[in-house]
Design a protein around this ligand. Sequence first.
Ligand SMILES: Nc1ncnc2c1ncn2[C@@H]1O[C@H](COP(=O)(O)OP(=O)(O)OP(=O)(O)O)[C@@H](O)[C@H]1O
Ligand SMILES: Nc1nc2c(c(=O)[nH]1)N=C(CO)CN2
Length: 173
Amino acid sequence: MTRALLSIGGNLGDRLAYLRAAVARLGTSVVRVSGVYETPPWGDSAQPPYLNAVVLVDDPTVTAREWLTRAQACESAEGRVRDPERRFGPRTLDVDVIAVWDGEPVVSDDPELTLPHPRAHLRAFVLVPWHEMQPDADLPGHGSVAALLGTPEVAADIAGVSPRPDLSLESMA
Ligand SMILES: Nc1ncnc2c1ncn2[C@@H]1O[C@H](COP(=O)(O)OP(=O)(O)OP(=O)(O)O)[C@@H](O)[C@H]1O
Ligand SMILES: Nc1nc2c(c(=O)[nH]1)N=C(CO)CN2
């Protein structure tokens, strides 16, 4: 089997609709979805706030590389346009592959698919929803998600990550 933890987010247009479209496109592979969080932009502050969530997906037929293909298909379907001048700039939908397990964690330093995601351990917008969804989760190579929330880089950002219980992806799963 392969299981993957995907981060979904966006800060342009109807943000919730784009997150819902991603979950719908992932279809029956979706095992669990986190709550939705309003988050300050990370890495490039001159842009609107994001909505973020994480999704646990599972499909015995899907390789790690195919999870990336599926993630990118979600982005393309929702009209994501890449701005080469702004690495962390605004977008309708971003779907990142945070980690993949094929029984064991999949590790890769391929620039096309680096696993675990090379910045996940620094991102409160990934770790806070993941911890809510799976309090005992480990980010391969970095230890427990709970402990990562206490590291200085992440702890400084946690206060800005606000739950949005009024917005739900749950009925999509
Ligand atoms: N774990 C991964 N998940 C998603 N993309 C990855 C991963 N590892 C490497 N990549 C590569 O990163 C490239 C840039 O992806 P993208 O434009 O979505 O980055 P970003 O979302 O702006 O920034 P970040 O990767 O920091 O989230 C993609 O072409 C993809 O091949
Ligand atoms: N809050 C937040 N900031 C970001 C996000 C994101 O999903 N949420 N994605 C980025 C590129 O991967 C860059 N910055």
